[in-house]
Design a protein around this ligand. Structure first.
Ligand SMILES: [Zn+2]
Length: 336
């Protein structure tokens, strides 16, 4: 693994790559939302810092330092992470695992590297670390990761070089999903990527659950049925689906919006590669033809979804919001 094998984050790669071929500072802070890949980048950076022949792309991958890092056995590299189920890293651990260790010389590499999950450091833990961050031994580099910078003392912030990781594009998240799950269908990966908000970790979590994909199929079928379904069925069976999935209501609206977006593409170019799912694509094109749907009507369907989302955010009566929405959608899709 090298920086170039990690997807996206060109700015962070550049800023972490430079110190590897120059004279690195003693403390770096990697910030960015939870799930964005801070630890992955931090470990890659640490490998580069310990490597005997680093380039701006990270460690060489073959020297003893890189081999030890890959095997998680490098004696000059330590991680202090928040133990699962705990709220904070214990100050005693900061002292015993970091502060009393920094004075000991490195064994193999020319320096020692510490990765610290600063989200786990309460004020007391940060204070314990502060003096060492202020005057670190020459052979030591700290890499702190944090998702909420506002929880760090200004004195910690001012003593670290900050590198920010930013949300990835949908396309980048999709690439990661496909590389980690070789069996995933392209349309599934696209769906998870779209819902990930650019956070790779969240996209991977979504891919582990089934509700999103199930609901997507359900709403696609529902929209395809809109012109032909009876009002009674709409207000009973279809309504009960929404009622069961109440907690995901806004996500379902977003899914429906995706289907209408696809439909808008299908109106203009029925053979577009951007349309997903062969079987559904044909049905969609058929529905558009049969009911003479145009872009304007589909635009009005999206507007119906937007007002339903708004109404639910202000806590309107759920049943009324859903029924009104379903009837309005049916009206638009049945061409009057
Ligand atoms: Zn190396």
């Amino acid at each position: 693994m090298a920086f170039s094998e990690l997807i996206g984050q060109s700015d962070a790669k550049m800023r972490l790559g430079k110190p590897l071929v120059g004279e690195p500072g003693h403390a770096f802070l990697l910030s960015g939302p939870s799930g964005i890949g801070k630890k992955t980048f931090a470990r890659e950076f640490a490998k580069g810092l310990l490597c005997s022949h680093p380039t701006a792309d990270g460690g060489c991958g073959t020297c003893p330092n890189c081999v030890y890092m890959r095997e998680h056995t490098h004696p000059d590299y330590k991680e202090l992470l928040l133990p699962s189920g705990e709220k904070n890293i214990k100050v005693a651990d900061v002292r015993s695992r970091i502060l009393s260790d920094v004075g000991i010389m490195s064994q193999i590499a020319s320096r020692k590297v510490y990765l610290i999950d600063a989200d786990g450091l309460a004020e007391e833990g940060q204070n314990a670390l502060l003096k060492t961050l202020e005057e670190p031994p020459k052979h030591v580099v700290f890499i702190l990761t944090v998702s909420d910078e506002s929880k760090l003392l200004p004195t910690i912030l001012s003593r670290t070089e900050s590198v920010r990781l930013i949300p990835n594009t949908e396309e980048e998240v999709k690439k990661v999903l496909e590389s980690r799950n070789p069996d995933i269908l392209p349309e599934e990966a696209a769906l998870y990527a779209r819902f990930s908000n650019g956070i790779i970790g969240y996209g991977l979590d979504l891919a582990e659950t089934s509700w999103l994909i199930n609901d997507w199929e359900e709403v696609t079928d529902l929209i395809l049925q809109l012109p032909s379904i009876s009002r009674t069925e709409l207000l009973t069976e279809v309504y009960s689906f929404f009622d069961e999935e109440k907690e995901h209501f806004l996500d379902i609206l977003a899914l429906m919006n995706m289907v209408f977006d696809e439909m808008a593409i299908a109106v203009v170019s029925p053979k577009s590669d951007r349309l997903q799912g062969e079987n559904k694509k044909d049905k969609m094109v058929e529905m558009i033809r049969k009911y003479k749907l145009n872009a304007e009507m589909i635009g009005r369907c999206s507007a119906v979804l937007t007002s339903a989302a708004k109404a639910s955010r202000v806590n309107g009566n759920f049943e009324m919001i859903v029924c009104r929405m379903l009837l309005a959608l049916k009206k638009e899709c049945s061409n009057g």
